[in-house]
Ligand binder design. Structure first.
Ligand code: NAD
Length: 437
């Protein structure tokens, strides 16, 4: 059993804290957001993440998981302090380290004995040194700074944290290494590795992983765009290349661009880190350019099809940046909606989890409905933006009855082309031929 504080209780911090509590540790989670902390104290999980609520309830009941807004209270009770703080893009695209460094300084003023301070936020190479300096500015107590980047995926966060493919730990301290090895042992019982390295390599591993995945998606989007021009079918191309083990089947599905709280900001931050060292990431720059165009791909298709979009009504299925989350940060849906509103279209949207977050951004600029089919009433076409499971096998007869015209513009390739033809839909998707049903 270890005493752990987790600073920042967002998607990463709350999952980290809850999962460490689940393996028998005493965890106290700290956040500056008083409302959020009050909610958690009242037993309410403040984010949507499948499976989190069960672990959250159990560990609160077992007194292994608690919450506070008071950093000192949490630090005094803990030997290990995880930082799971935001590192949003600054105005120039570089990672904004102010949250991390500010907490580093506060920790320097608070700690009175040896602590391991572990950075779980995604941060540029050299941040561990900066955090070390921030803590040391106010403290002469012995402490170690460790870089332990997090690879969990929203929507699968519990599974990813409890059974990670790998744990990456960047540290030059043998003492911290031994303690962290013990802490993470229960999570790698199946034999997945805990990979130790220096702090800088750990920091870069996270950016390299996200940039590689963003590149893989973007590569496939570009192939899909070319498929449309030459009349090839991207599904076949995807299966054809994915059968090669060196390429792999995963992350090859084309769509309307990557979004979310990680890929766009991390890819940009890596480019920016490169520039600071006079190094130009040519591939990654291209990835950003292609993705920017891809995010409004459905709008391009609509303009090609209709010409003027003014006064047209579109139903939107899916707002979250991907299924099984309520996160809308950098979601392709937002880029699509902004462009459609600019062109004078009307939007009625449905998402199983993310409508609250989108409502607070758009208020009454778009309409929201409680059921997916309601969005179709009197709409000129349906746009599919997020591939929630509930959209995969819908009642097509009902859809036909509700839509003004049987038209679907699908940014996630949910439906089979032949069956759309049989069902009599006009159907445009990504990297496949248009069906004129
Ligand atoms: P988030 O925005 O969901 O949560 C951050 C939390 O920190 C918020 O609750 C906020 O109130 C709190 N906070 C801000 N300042 C604070 C302070 N001074 N003291 C205490 N709490 C404070 O962020 P997130 O998505 O959990 O991401 C955190 C970090 O992890 C980022 O660097 C991100 O890039 C990285 N990351 C995120 C994911 C993901 O899927 N979301 C995956 C891997 C890594």
């Amino acid at each position: 059993m270890k005493n752990i504080a987790v600073v920042g209780t967002g998607y990463v911090g709350l999952v980290t804290g809850t999962c460490f509590a689940e393996t028998g540790n005493n965890v106290i989670c700290v956040d500056i957001d008083e409302q959020k902390v009050q909610k958690m104290k009242n037993g309410i999980v403040p984010i949507y993440e499948p499976g989190l609520d069960i672990l959250f309830d159990r560990n609160i009941k077992e007194n292994r998981l608690s919450f506070t807004t008071n950093l000192k209270e949490a630090v005094d009770r803990s030997d290990i302090i995880f930082l799971a703080l935001p590192t949003p893009p600054g105005a120039d695209g570089s990672a904004d380290l102010s949250f991390v460094l500010q907490v580093g300084e506060e920790l320097g003023k608070i700690i009175t004995d040896y602590k391991i301070i572990i950075d779980k936020s995604t941060v540029p190479v050299g941040t561990a040194e900066k955090v070390h300096a921030a803590v040391a500015k106010h403290s002469s107590v012995d402490f170690d700074i460790v870089s332990n980047p997090e690879f969990l995926r929203e929507g699968f966060a519990i599974e990813d944290f409890m059974k990670p493919d790998r744990v990456v730990i960047g540290t030059s301290s043998d003492k911290a290494k031994a303690i962290l090895e013990e802490l993470y042992k229960p999570f790698v019982r199946q034999g997945n590795p805990i990979i130790f390295m220096d702090e800088k390599s750990a920091e870069l591993t996270k950016y390299a992983a996200n940039s590689f995945l963003a590149t893989k998606i973007t590569f496939m989007n570009e192939i899909a765009n070319f498929c449309e021009i030459v009349g090839a079918n991207v599904d076949d191309v995807r299966i054809g290349i994915g059968a090669d083990d060196r390429i792999g089947k995963r992350f090859l599905f084309p769509g309307i661009g990557f979004g979310g709280s990680c890929f766009p900001k991390d890819v940009q931050a890596l480019v920016k880190s490169g520039r600071e060292e006079n190094f130009d990431f040519e591939i990654i720059n291209a990835v950003l350019r292609v993705n920017n165009l891809q995010r409004t791909k459905l709008v391009d298709k609509l303009v090609n099809h209709y010409g003027d979009l003014k006064g047209l009504k579109f139903a939107v299925w899916g707002l979250a940046f991907k299924p099984d989350t309520d996160d809308i940060r950098e979601a392709p849906a937002l880029y699509t909606i902004d462009k459609l509103l600019e062109l004078g279209a009307e939007i009625t949207a449905y998402d199983p989890e993310a409508m609250g977050n989108v409502k607070s951004l758009y208020q009454d600029k778009i309409n929201f409905v409680d059921h997916q089919y309601e969005a179709l009433e009197n709409s000129d076409a349906l746009l599919i933006i997020t591939e929630w499971s509930a959209f995969r096998n819908p009642d097509f007869d009902k859809m036909k009855a509700l839509l003004k015209e049987n038209k679907i513009f699908d940014g996630r390739n949910l439906f089979d082309l032949n069956s759309m033809k049989e069902k009599g839909f006009y159907y445009e998707s990504i990297g496949r031929k248009t069906i004129i049903g």
